[in-house]
Design a protein. Structure first.
Lengths: 287, 287
DNA sequence: ATGGCTATGACAGAATGCTAACATCGAATT
DNA sequence: AATTCGATGTTAGCATTCTGTCATAGCCAT
């Protein structure tokens, strides 16, 4: 009852929405998930199949099938047909967005989306593969990042640690970098995330890592001019969207691509580790 | 200046149209028929199948199949997938990027960009203003987030703390939530960031916060169905892009919009605090 | 006309999508 | 605690959709 706003908006009431509304209140947990997903993805529903919806919502295919029947459709084909005859097929989707992307926030969203697309130029560079290889083949990986991207760096470490062993977050202040004393691991790699001005300690850290014989990957923003002097593995994200505080969305997107690419170097291991992860969390009693 | 396509009509450039254009001039008779039909029926293409297209155009099914491969799609399924990312074509300069965005990483980038655009639907909801107001007017703001989005939550806290006072990160484990004992602040607000399954403690925390009389803002993903029962201030990001590890880029983008919107409630103060921040850091001797 | 070439289609097998029947799980009731 | 019932998943089978192989039709140059 609290999401009535859809009805007074420009959204035309579609047969599907009507049926969802009618079923509301008498739904099981899985069905509620499906109903919500259907409502939020109406525009591209016709492009889905039972299996893809199942994968995206985390229920089983048969539950999707049953839910459709519950709504009164004889199956996916019937739903598509319904969407088609009403003309609600899809085109709405993007045009709908465009209308919403007016105003100040809309501009910021567009800039962020464009910055994400611009990542394409970075992953297309030959250095990208080199960087992924460096991370993949390293015995130990260190991740660092400061201030307002420190959390992004830490999340990146967590995700990468799901994929491979020996990934550590280092911060110049507290750890004292003791782990960098020449030691067991011959083949080490530092990933520095530095998209903030004023973080003056980053350059010394890179120098130190180089001295210690590490490969160094730097993820930074367009204005950074010093990193290239130390390593060819420098990647840029657009961070200036001219908000009060700059967005780190594109940075997070790039970092997720790094994780993905490293995982793709050894898909079997990655899948196995991913599958084991939830279990591991439970066994640790943390969640 | 690079958007020359305005000259040949208002037709927006989609990945499909680009490919049709590229193939143009080197087409067989049947292919020309198909190309034309594809162009005119782009909006409902996803609802067709190889056989239905064959019937409507008068060619055979296999020719449709071959034509799709000629365009660079591996089949109908691939085309449908491409159509789903149509929104990305609406961005400035995307004609340029689209060329780079082939392959697996390209698909992931597009999905991320699409997910960012979809944020538009969230900020357009009336609840958005309510949430910003709740955060802006609260005496104290608590931020929480777990596992692979914990860092994002912490970064968000840092940034929001630049804009306003009394922003705290809370984690159920260590802090024990002692700060939530009924106390000095009457008007408090919790921002929960929960886009990960398996984070089972989040629901109790929201319940606790509600009991303590707080306003609650939840930022979650599409499959979350429980949050709406506690608060209308629930906002969704698309997190499923089907990488090995899901991207948190769109989440970070949304969070930066929250920060921005809160700052925009009191621009003078925000600007002043932002300007003072670097100085503050230096004085603390941290950077 | 003949030969070589490409475009197209027919058919069958592979792949994928959908659902019925049974199995399992968990919550509510006794 | 035991029982029941509904929700959900698993397996398996059929239906649909897609594509590889081979055959035929049309075109062009000789």
């Amino acid at each position: 009852m609290h999401i009535m706003n859809d009805s007074d908006g420009p959204t035309p009431v579609s047969p599907l929405l009507l049926r969802l509304k009618a079923a509301e209140g008498d739904l099981t947990k899985s069905e509620a998930v499906l109903a919500q997903w259907f409502g939020r993805n109406e525009s591209t529903l016709g492009l889905e199949t039972g299996a893809t919806i199942a994968a995206k919502t985390g229920v089983s295919e048969i539950t999707v099938s049953r839910f459709l029947r519950r709504l009164g459709y004889r199956g996916m084909a019937a739903l598509r047909e319904d969407l088609q005859t009403r003309g609600t097929a899809q085109l709405n989707g993007s045009e709908f967005y465009l209308r919403l992307l007016d105003g100040e926030l809309g501009t910021l969203i567009r800039r962020d989306a464009e910055a994400v697309l611009a990542i394409g130029t970075q992953v297309a560079r030959p250095e990208w593969e080199q960087a992924i290889e460096a991370i993949h083949s390293a015995d130990a990986v260190y991740v660092t990042g400061f201030q307002t991207v420190r959390g992004a760096a830490e999340d990146f470490r967590r995700r990468l640690a799901i994929i491979r062993d020996h990934v550590t977050f280092v911060a110049a202040h507290d750890s004292g970098l003791a782990e960098w004393l020449p030691g067991r691991h011959a083949n080490r790699c530092l990933i520095l995330i530095d998209t903030v001005p004023y973080a003056r300690e980053t350059e010394p850290i890179v120098r130190l890592a180089k001295t210690a014989g590490m490969k160094v990957v730097v993820i930074t923003e367009e204005l950074n001019t010093w990193a290239a002097a130390y390593t060819p593995l420098v990647f840029f994200v657009v961070s200036k969207v001219h908000a009060y505080v700059e967005s780190s969305g594109p940075l997070a997107s790039l970092l997720s691509l790094v994780t993905h690419s490293v995982a793709a170097r050894d898909p079997e291991t990655a899948k196995a580790r991913l599958a084991a992860w939830p279990t591991l969390l439970r066994e640790l009693g943390l969640f």
